[in-house]
Design a protein. Sequence first.
Length: 284
Amino acid sequence: MSGFLGVPVGASYHLVFALSSLLTPVAGGLGAAAAIVLFTAAVRLLISPLSLRALRGQAAMTRLTPQVQVLRARHGGQPERFRRELAELYRRERVSPLASIWPLLAQWPFLSVMYLLFRSATVDGGQNRLLSDSVLGVPLGTHWLAGAGLLSLQDGLFLAVFAALAGLCWLSARLARQAAPAPVPTGLAATGPRGERAGQRGRPAAVTGTPGADPAAAAGKAAATLSRVLPYVTVVIAVFAPLAAAVYLLTTVAWTLAERRLFARRAAGDVPVRRTSLTGTVPR
């Protein structure tokens, strides 16, 4: 294979083929699939700092929700001022609303390499011997849409992979929703840091439920929608990808779910009781 991805595809081919050769005596016909699982685990370990940063960023966004509400109460009638204060809060707390996107972007080149690897008849000027490997008799380079027909072994295997992938995506999206910041009640007058209702001391009341008036609320709603929809895009990708890429996706989604669960357990057992103010969080 030539082109921009020729070198990484060639390197991945030699790595996956070596792993498959090592695992075949133990895993038998599942040696190549096991090699893809190990390859995926290596990729996830490589980008684990980004994943950890994303999880910490999501937890920080949840922790900062009360402070965002205070800023909204103070500057709800001044959108530009509110955006500046919100950006300063995120900068001071070293939080990025886009942190959760980086792990997805970092994985995309590896998924592309896996897709091309099992779409190429030749790699580095030689025959792609991985295309002869299979799972339960179904070649790893086969697509579901080019299957042998309904009720075939190939069709059943793909449907089982899709069902498992959808279930893992549902669990991952559920954990993401649980970790997301609670929505701010709309239609209620906000309160300031000392409990005064917005509008006291001559200040105009901040309307928190006005559509389009609050960029943070709009961003939060968009993020919540993405957390519900985006995981299932993985299933759509698997439908059009070779079986090898579907195995990669199944492994990486399972890894993501495990990461979320471990982080949630650790955070639940390691969070002190705090009170929140605009100047930071202070232990009681």
